[in-house]
Design a binder for this molecule. Structure first.
Ligand SMILES: [Zn+2]
Length: 161
C-alpha cells in the first residue's frame, strides 16, 4: 500500500489511546527506512528527478532495509522489548506489523514481495498490486469508514464526559 494510507491506517487503528504520532510514524516506518530514505539520498545527490529510478539501479541496502522493516518477526521482537518498558507505547507501535500485514497480499512477486517471516523464511504471497483500482478504492473506503467511526466515538466520549 502507499505510505500515506499506511500512515492513516496506523493512526486510525492504534493511535486512539494516546500516542497518535507514534502510531502514525510506525505505520509509515517500514517505508520510511526503505523507499523514503532512497528518495532522500537521491534528492541530495541528484536534486529533484521526475522519473523513478529503474529497478536495476536500486541499491542493495534498499532490499536489506525493506526485508528488515517488513518482517513480522523483527517487528514482534522490537515491540515485545518496548512492551516490557511501556505497554502504551508498544500498543501504538502495532501500526508497524499492521503495515506488513497490509503489504503482504498487495505486492506482486516482481516488485518487493513482502517476506513477512524474514530472515527465517523467504516465503511471500504473490499478491495483487495495491494500485489495482479494486484494492485502491477498497483501501480508501476502509479508511473513510475507520475515521468516521473514530470521529463518532470521540463525539460520543465528549458528550459522556
Ligand atoms: Zn511497505
Amino acid at each position: 500500500m502507499d505510505t500515506l494510507s499506511h500512515t492513516l491506517w496506523g493512526g486510525g487503528l492504534f493511535g486512539y489511546r494516546g500516542h497518535f504520532w507514534i502510531a502514525i510514524i510506525f505505520g509509515a516506518f517500514p517505508d520510511l527506512v526503505s523507499f523514503a530514505l532512497l528518495h532522500i539520498i537521491n534528492f541530495i545527490s541528484n536534486g529533484f528527478v521526475a522519473e523513478l529510478p529503474s529497478f536495476a539501479s536500486l541499491p542493495a541496502w534498499l532490499f536489506i532495509n525493506y526485508s528488515i522493516s517488513h518482517s513480522l518477526l523483527v517487528a514482534a521482537g522490537v515491540i515485545t522489548l518496548v512492551a516490557f518498558w511501556r505497554k502504551d507505547i508498544a500498543y501504538a507501535m502495532l501500526s508497524w506489523p499492521f503495515h506488513i500485514l497490509l503489504d503482504a497480499p498487495f505486492h506482486t512477486a516482481e516488485f518487493f514481495p513482502t517476506k513477512f517471516f524474514w530472515p527465517v523464511s523467504d516465503f511471500f504471497i504473490a499478491g495483487i498490486p495495491w494500485s489495482n483500482p479494486w484494492v485502491w478504492y477498497a483501501n480508501v473506503a476502509g479508511l473513510v469508514v475507520l475515521y468516521i467511526m473514530r470521529g463518532r466515538a470521540r463525539v460520543h466520549n465528549n458528550s459522556v464526559n
